[in-house]
Design a protein around this ligand. Sequence first.
Ligand SMILES: [Zn+2]
Length: 257
Amino acid sequence: MPEGDTILSAARRVGAALVGMPIVTIETPQPRHALDRWPERLGGRAVCAVDARGKHLFIRFEGDLTLHSHLRMTGLWGVYRRGERWRRSPRRAWLVIRTEQHEVVEFDGPVLELMTDSRTRFDRRLAALGPDVLAAEFDERRFIELLRADDPSRGIGDVLLDQRNVAGIGNMWKAEGCFLAAIDPWRRLRDLADAEALAIVRELRPLMQASAEGRRGGRRWVHERAGRPCLRCQTPIRARGQGDDNRTTYWCPSCQG
Ligand SMILES: [Zn+2]
């Protein structure tokens, strides 16, 4: 599943291809968007900016119109030179924006909507997002306020995936962050100090920022390593579904005891 770092990296690539470039065509191949007339509504408008917030991506056009997208579990943004082969089948494309040099394609993107720029500021779901883990300045105070307003019986692993507490963390980074801060993802909020919650985010921010800049690097300590020896202490890594969505969480019972 794409997490905030993947979306920020996509926003930078999409922005580099579109901002300030004349748009040649816009297509919405899926039947769901057949009546939306986006090509007519967006025709002749330039893209002013492309930005990300958490796992949401925004393509902002001149004249107060913004395309908002969320990739959910399987979506992907592709940026190709004209004529280059796409990484997924054209049948899976939801949005295709062409300039003279590039094709920008959203594949498998079930959340795709055109809204006014002002609505992106007042939209209930977007307004409810917690501070962005990838923001240049992370609002730690707000994050702690939101955490303390949440159900104190929730495990921190579950809490971190709730985009209303902090935006941009997905299942992989959640598990890695808890490991790096030596915190058991099953610890309940009520048993977690503010400093411990902040330690997880402080561990994650530089790693996710590096990833967004294409510097992948670094090992995965626990994610998808169930049953294999911990890279620090050799204890077998454990895995179990957590939270309402039953997302698998991975942890070392010794390092994160
Ligand atoms: Zn360990």
